[in-house]
Design a protein around this ligand. Structure first.
Ligand SMILES: Cc1cc2nc3c(=O)[nH]c(=O)nc-3n(C[C@H](O)[C@H](O)[C@H](O)COP(=O)(O)O)c2cc1C
Length: 192
């Protein structure tokens, strides 16, 4: 079965991104094996190694980083669920990418963002960063602009009116998740 990780890109107290990720994981889990990776469970130092991870064959990451690397390497594809902070992705999510070496190499990533402008600039910054770790950002993305706090409940269920809205967030998520699975399966076969 296709293995997809849904990464929660905010660790702050009172965050909303975890609710958005729960809803996303529900959709991913319909056709793939899904695991939510909460960056709160992977507290890491800001990247401070003496060399770029991809150019350091003798790399000895600290245990906190090693735990994250081993986990990320398990998956065929990823959904990065990101808030927008100051027209960018969050520092904690960018750092979680900066520590990678080849764990996401030739693997697809779907982007789900939120914020007052739907997280458009967070998506843009991630699309610029992802080639640096060898990942492929798929064309489909979700810009969630309906206010996560009101739109999604604690169980990760989207409000009925948004669920039914043509071209609304549910339809966009379905399209992005379906495309991610397609790329994940195709690239998995190609990597063999
Ligand atoms: C420091 C900070 C900067 C923000 N900058 C932006 C921004 O540039 N654009 C935007 O659309 N929303 C911005 N927001 C709103 C956040 O995207 C929104 O609060 C969202 O809920 C953050 O995700 P989180 O609750 O999971 O941390 C900002 C929020 C914070 C705390």
């Amino acid at each position: 079965m296709t293995k997809i990780a849904v990464v929660v890109g905010s660790t702050r107290e009172g965050r909303m991104t975890d609710k958005l990720a729960k809803w996303v994981a529900g959709e991913v889990g319909k056709e793939s094996e899904v695991e939510v990776l909460d960056l709160r469970d992977y507290p890491m130092p800001f990247f401070d190694e003496p060399a770029s991870p991809r150019y350091n064959p003798n790399r000895t990451p600290v245990p906190e980083v090693k735990k994250w690397l081993d986990k990320v390497g398990e998956f065929d594809g990823y959904v990065l669920v990101t808030p927008e902070y100051n027209r960018s992705t969050s520092a904690v999510l960018k750092n979680a990418l900066d520590v990678l070496d080849y764990q996401m190499e030739q693997k697809p990533v779907a982007l789900v963002a939120h914020g007052s402008t739907g997280g458009a600039q967070a998506v843009a910054t991630l699309r610029v960063a992802l080639p640096g770790v060898g990942a492929i950002s798929i064309p489909q993305a979700l810009f969630f602009s309906d206010g996560v706090g009101d739109a999604i409940d604690e169980a990760g269920v989207l409000k009925a009116e948004l669920e039914a809205k043509p071209y609304g967030p549910a339809a966009n998520l379905k399209a992005a998740v379906g495309a991610l699975k397609w790329y994940a399966d195709a690239l998995k076969t190609a990597r063999k």
